[in-house]
Design a protein around this ligand. Sequence first.
Ligand code: DON
Length: 311
Amino acid sequence: MDLSEIVADIAAEMAEAPDRGTPADYIPALAGIDPQRFGIAIVEADGGCHLAGDAEESFSIQSISKVFALTLALGAVGDQLWRRVGREPSGTAFNSIVQLETEHGIPRNPFINAGAIVVADVLLGGYEPREAIGEMLRFVRALAGEDDIVIDAAVAQAEMETGHRNQALAHYMRAFGNLHHPVDRVLGVYFHFCALAMSCRQLALAGRYLMARGINPGTGRSVVSPQRARRINALMMSCGHYDGSGEFAFRVGLPGKSGVGGGILAIVPGRASIAVWSPGLNARGNSQLGTLALERLVQRTGWSVFDPQAG
Ligand code: DON
């Protein structure tokens, strides 16, 4: 199997795709991104790296940061986290508020906005927001083994000014006692996590611990236990694409996490960490061509968590 040829073929097909979705415009700093962009990166368990298209171009990883934030929060407080955040798919939009009322301010899972805001509150702990943000930046740089990963302050600022839904979610949860720090401090942390800017190559490198039983292959050090890596993958599969998670599992069959910047991180346990990026989104806020590209990739490789011997 020639993965370099496969990613080149996929990038060529995506360059011609007529239906590219629509870039998110509710975050002003993201609205102007060219929907023609497409990148794909595969990092294999043995270190092989295959890139095509705009795989070296930085984009806003947005909600993909929720995977790294969850990993840090589990490291900080362990299973106590699950007293404040659920582990069920929501079946509602990423920024929905409806379930919070009947479920007493406990978000369904850590990958919807409400859940990630609680995770940010946990990571704020007794720290200053800039310390929690710096910790995340150090963590992601160490995962990828690259020191030039940055947070795009303009994107974070744009969300601070326009993120009224997130403000509403945060205040609502604070009213239920499920946010321990002031809303503006928690959201400052949350928005800066979302504003991490990474290329597909960097993102695929950062995701390696999830394909490698919790070990960062770049350093040989444990990031999380094998059990925790499995569980994070399980949550990505069940909740990583919001109300599109069932469809993503059906079409792609891999744990995946999307972001409104148009990126998706997908994991083939034991084999590969994959990042795709194309800014146009489908109706559920997930990358239109990113999803199609992953579907093509699994068709060509046979990769699926439901048939681990294939491929
Ligand atoms: O809070 C927000 O709305 C964004 N910073 C992140 C949302 C997101 O990426 C949802 N993904 N599809």
